[in-house]
Design a protein around this ligand. Structure first.
Ligand code: C2G
Length: 130
């Protein structure tokens, strides 16, 4: 049984999120997703997500390609999460390329190409302009 782990906020769920989750799942037998907490987002991006953590967790856990979700409370705890879920592979979008290479003694690190042109920020901007 090969377990894949990935992390993200997944705010205002869109096709780029779905693409990376489906491709991550296809690399193994089980996909575990760490959903960034509201507090972590406040620290990282200086704003709260549009969808709060419980809603984001419910949306992601209801996807067919996702087996389990948990709350990611700190960016520094990735090694603990990888061990806790016994993950063999960490998948991240290539906007994070190189940032998690130090975890390679623990598991395989794979960066997948982001889906072009779409992002939560651009969706918010489009709605604002309309
Ligand atoms: N993503 C993608 N294509 C897009 C937008 C996002 O492939 N057009 C991917 C990102 O690369 C990431 C995942 O979708 O792997 C989740 O994206 P975000 O919600 O923006 O995640 P982020 O806030 O970067 O949080 O510990 C790491 C962080 O929690 C990642």
């Amino acid at each position: 049984m090969k377990t894949i782990i990935t992390f993200g906020t997944f705010d205002v769920f869109h096709i780029g999120h779905l693409n990376i989750l489906r491709r991550a799942r296809a690399l193994g037998d089980r996909l575990v997703v760490g959903i960034s907490s509201d507090e972590l987002n406040l620290q990282k991006k200086a704003r709260l997500p549009v969808y709060l953590q419980n809603e984001r967790m419910h949306i992601i856990e209801s996807l067919r390609c996702v087996d389990e979700v948990f709350l990611e409370e700190s960016l520094e705890l990735k090694a603990d999460y990888i061990r806790r879920f016994n993950a063999q592979t960490l998948v991240m979008g290539d906007d994070w390329k190189g940032r998690f290479d130090h975890l390679s003694p623990l598991c395989e690190i794979v960066y997948l190409a982001r889906t072009p042109t779409i992002s939560t920020t651009s969706i918010i901007e489009t709605i604002r302009q309309n």
